[in-house]
Design a protein around this ligand. Structure first.
Ligand SMILES: Nc1nc2c(ncn2[C@@H]2O[C@H](COP(=O)(O)OP(=O)(O)OP(=O)(O)O)[C@@H](O)[C@H]2O)c(=O)[nH]1
Ligand SMILES: [Mg+2]
Length: 245
């Protein structure tokens, strides 16, 4: 039987210290047999001033499994994610993995995501199930994540324990059915919006444990503005849940 194709979609903005190493580690998982599915990587870069996109372009010339999607307009984590998902669908991915470039999401968990996606529709890398954890986060960040989760679960009725995880795997039918063009989040709150839509459509969601680490290299792009916008987005989703279906 022909292998199914899995694509790893990585949005980037100024990640030159991380991106080459991360792509290398992902491909090594395939080359060493830890990933059985065919693998592709697409980096969705918003024309990073630090030249991240150039490093990816160079990599893609050496290894055909690596792709660059360079965006020059409308910068944003959410918008980049939507374009990235569309790219994966166009390139015939059966499974789409979404992850950050900053090594908070260790690529070693990819085989576990791909194993569980064979029996579920969405698989989340979760810090909040047995075996999962969050390393070296200050108490403030920990509390922010904790209350954001609580808020989302209460307001949106999600049974998921780690609603804020941006490390996850989707079957292509999920991305086809949630109507990517209807997504409203331009920023990082896309993570919750996509999850909520998948939940409303009745898709089977599974959490697998991951160890989440604070970024070591490069700068965070998450500001207070994003945080407050994120809370507001969840509120809006809760109010307009019928329209989201
Ligand atoms: N294409 C694109 N990617 C972005 C944008 N903003 C952030 N990213 C990427 O999205 C991922 C998550 O961003 P981070 O800055 O790590 O945000 P975070 O993980 O919430 O915050 P930290 O905990 O501080 O790392 C990283 O791979 C970023 O490079 C953007 O505007 N466009
Ligand atoms: Mg990060």
């Amino acid at each position: 039987m022909k292998n199914k194709k899995a694509m790893v979609m990585i949005p980037t903005y100024n990640e030159k210290e991380n991106i080459t190493k991360l792509i290398g580690e992902i491909l090594k998982l395939k080359d060493s047999g830890k990933i059985k599915d065919d693998i592709g990587v697409v980096v969705v870069d918003d024309n990073s001033p630090d030249g991240t996109w150039k490093l990816v372009e160079n990599y893609s010339k050496k290894d055909k499994r690596v792709n660059l999607l360079l965006r020059k307009k409308n910068r944003g984590r959410g918008l980049a994610g939507i374009d990235g998902f569309k790219y994966c669908l166009r390139h015939k991915a059966e499974y789409v993995i979404e992850m950050d470039a900053d090594f908070s999401h260790n690529p070693k968990h990819i085989p576990a995501l791909l194993k569980e996606i064979k029996r579920h529709d969405v698989v989340l890398g979760s810090r909040s199930v047995r075996g999962g954890k969050q390393l070296s986060r200050g108490i403030i960040r920990y509390l922010i994540t904790y209350f954001a989760n609580l808020y989302i679960r209460l307001l949106l009725g999600l049974k998921v324990r780690d609603c804020n995880s941006g490390y996850r795997c989707f079957r292509r039918k999920v991305l086809e059915e949630i109507n990517l063009d209807s997504l409203r989040s331009k920023g990082p709150d896309i993570v919750q919006e996509v999850l909520f839509k998948a939940h409303l459509k009745g898709f089977r969601i599974k959490e697998v444990p991951i160890v989440f680490k604070e970024r070591v290299k490069g700068k965070s792009k998450l500001g207070l503005k994003h945080l407050y916008k994120g809370y507001l987005m969840v509120l809006k989703l809760g109010v307009s849940r019928e329209r989201c279906r």
